[in-house]
Design a protein around this ligand. Structure first.
Ligand SMILES: [Zn+2]
Ligand SMILES: [Zn+2]
Length: 416
């Protein structure tokens, strides 16, 4: 149903002052008030509509949004109007008091209250979250007492009219010029007091009940997601609706897979030769074991993406991807034969164990520079003594460097 223009509903023009709007609402609310139109759904709908119009137009910020963007502007900002008539009374309770001289036309005495929402934490296995499941849960909740039907009074007895407020639920106190009306402290606004309470619920009108429920968990859910099970919260009072149950999901991590949104990552170890030569291997997937091809020359960290084999999108269609990331194992223990073969491989690849990489060469160069300086220094210091050039060098090598690494060289100068 299309919403009517708020100004038209209240029969005011767009420039109406807050006082004019209030007065227009007073007129309309009097006309359509549920207490004056019992059992008239049309009047109730009209009452809701004018109340919504008043709620918006009496609020400067909401009125500004409505003036500029209309109904969509408000709904886009999360405003959807009052839920029901009770909602209107709880929002405008004081206004009705002001309008009618008593609160809500007597409504507050029997104000229905919505039951409280409940929260339940549900643990799920990784696979259950991926593919969805049905879980039976049980929890305690407050429901209307079956013995007294929520009245709180022993069956057969009746709540008596409160003597403090005379059944009005409100008491008026005069403070100077003002007369202030407040909720009756004796009956908490109920207008009645229970003199003969129900034995089962001790007059509370509610009882605790163990509730068993099967919750349908859709595929693709993840930790922190809340599922709302409407009407499974606690019972409302005075005929109010029950609250909702929120099932908060807590999904266990998988020992095999890493979840990333709707994608699944599998870190797969392969051997050096498998990476180099290529192979076919068995891997675990969400659907069980599968054979995949590892192309020859695969590098560490290479990712093989299996599109659409990840986690189903919880809302909408399709699935995320299944990603296999390769980790290449470098062997730490080699047999003699393996070592010999790898050495042979290195030789064939033109690598030499002795003539190492850049850093080894650099280290050697620096060392020889230092040694050279040392030798020259020694030559100067010990020159008066009868040592030959060769013996000085030999002493130096043998003692300072163990004579192994540079053994083959007869003189350091040869390298420069
Ligand atoms: Zn009871
Ligand atoms: Zn009272």
């Amino acid at each position: 149903m299309d919403k009517q223009d708020y100004y038209k509903l209240l029969h005011v023009n767009r420039e109406a002052t807050p006082d004019e709007i209030k007065s227009a609402y007073r007129k309309a609310a009097m006309k359509y008030h549920p207490d004056r139109n019992p059992g008239n759904p049309e009047a109730e709908a009209k009452f809701k509509a004018v109340s919504e119009a008043y709620e918006v137009l009496s609020d400067e910020r909401k009125r500004d949004i409505y003036d500029r963007f209309g109904h969509e502007g408000l709904s886009g900002r999360g405003y959807h109007g009052p839920r029901d008539v009770e909602d209107i009374f709880s929002t405008f309770g004081s206004i009705f008091e002001d309008f009618f001289g008593f609160s809500g036309g007597g409504r507050s005495r029997t104000r229905a209250r919505r039951g409280a929402d409940l929260q339940y934490e549900l643990g799920l296995e990784f696979e259950e979250a991926v593919f969805g499941t049905e879980k039976e849960i049980s929890f305690n909740r407050q429901v209307q007492c079956g013995t007294c039907d929520g009245a709180g009074a022993r069956p057969g007895s009746k709540p008596e009219t409160c003597t403090t407020c005379g059944g009005m639920g409100q008491v008026r106190r005069s403070q100077g010029f003002f007369s202030v009306s407040t909720t009756c402290p004796s009956c908490q606004g109920q207008g009645t007091v229970i003199t003969d309470p129900c034995k089962k619920c001790r007059g509370r009108g509610v009882a605790s009940e163990k509730r068993k429920l099967t919750v349908k968990v859709p595929a693709g859910v993840d930790t922190g997601l809340r599922l709302r099970v409407s009407g499974e919260g606690e019972a409302g009072s005075q005929g109010g609706p029950a609250g909702d149950l929120y099932v908060v999901l807590n999904v266990k991590e998988s020992a095999t897979f890493i979840r990333d949104g709707f994608n699944v990552l599998l870190v797969q170890e392969i051997s050096m030769s498998q990476a180099s030569l290529g192979c076919e291997i068995q891997i675990p997937t969400l659907e069980g074991e599968r054979t995949i091809k590892i192309p020859s020359g695969s590098q560490p960290g290479h990712r093989i993406v299996r599109a659409g084999e990840g986690i189903p999108h919880i809302r909408g269609v399709g699935r995320g991807d299944f990603i296999v990331e390769l980790r290449v194992q470098i062997p730490t223990k080699l047999t003699k034969e393996q070592k010999a073969l790898l050495e042979k491989f290195a030789e064939l690849s033109g690598e030499s164990k002795r003539d190492g990489g850049f850093f080894q060469k650099m280290f050697r160069t620096i060392m020889f520079k230092i040694i050279n300086l040392g030798t020259n220094f020694l030559k100067k210091v010990i020159s008066p003594y009868p040592f030959s050039k060769t013996s000085i060098s030999k002493v130096f090598w043998g003692e300072a460097w163990g004579g192994t690494f540079f053994q083959k060289r007869s003189s350091p100068q040869m390298l420069f």
